[in-house]
Design a binder for this molecule. Structure first.
Ligand code: SF4
Length: 192
């Protein structure tokens, strides 16, 4: 598939995790060792590193999943480890939208407005079955997946996903950014 090829081209680490026998090549190991030894990097890598260490989520909760999302700032899960504990009340100060819960059609316009007001680069996590695909709500009130109105970077499965699962999704997103993969809106575009 085109997207898979794209991820491979960018060297996404998590794909290797899904394929345990395939580790980094000898050349990649040598380059990594050399970079560590002499502190080589590129501006793009330094910017990507900084982005993953200061990715501020928007304060946005929709349903039951939001309670699990709130837990990630607690001492037990401690999202401050990644410099992400500052949930911003203004989308203009946020670069990560965690869609935590089902999206009713009434909420589509406000959600899209918040997304549009976020500055680029910006990322979206669809948290839970409802945000990803409407879950059990196969009816006329609920949008059948938030990716119909915004470009989603990471889907976190579960109903509700545990805070650990959301943390896993955040780490996967950080891996994508560090690997130089562009945000989803650049890869797939956004419906107008
Ligand atoms: S996925 Fe489950 S917990 Fe999350 S909003 Fe839907 S029904 Fe609630």
């Amino acid at each position: 598939m085109a997207i898979d090829k794209r991820l491979r081209d960018h060297g996404l680490n998590s794909e290797r995790l899904l394929w345990p026998t395939k580790g980094p090549g000898a050349f990649e190991n040598e380059v990594a060792q050399m970079e560590r030894a002499v502190g080589l990097t590129t501006l793009e890598k330094a910017v990507a590193w900084a982005q993953t260490k200061s990715m501020w989520p928007d304060t946005f909760g929709l349903a039951c999943c939001a309670i699990e999302m709130m837990a990630i700032v607690s001492a037990r899960y401690d999202i401050a480890r990644f410099g992400m504990e500052a949930f911003r009340a203004s989308p203009r100060q946020a670069d990560l939208l965690i869609v935590s819960g089902r999206v009713a059609h009434k909420m589509a316009a406000p959600l899209r407005q918040i997304y549009d007001q976020m500055l680029e680069p910006k990322w979206v996590i669809a948290m839970g079955a409802c945000a990803s695909s409407a879950g059990m709500f196969n009816n006329y009130t609920t949008i059948q997946g938030v990716d119909k109105i915004v470009a989603v970077d990471v889907y976190v499965p579960g109903c509700p996903p545990r805070p650990e699962a959301l943390m896993e999704g955040i780490i996967r997103l950080h891996e994508r950014v560090l690997a130089g993969i562009p945000p989803a809106y650049e890869v797939r575009g956004v419906a107008s």
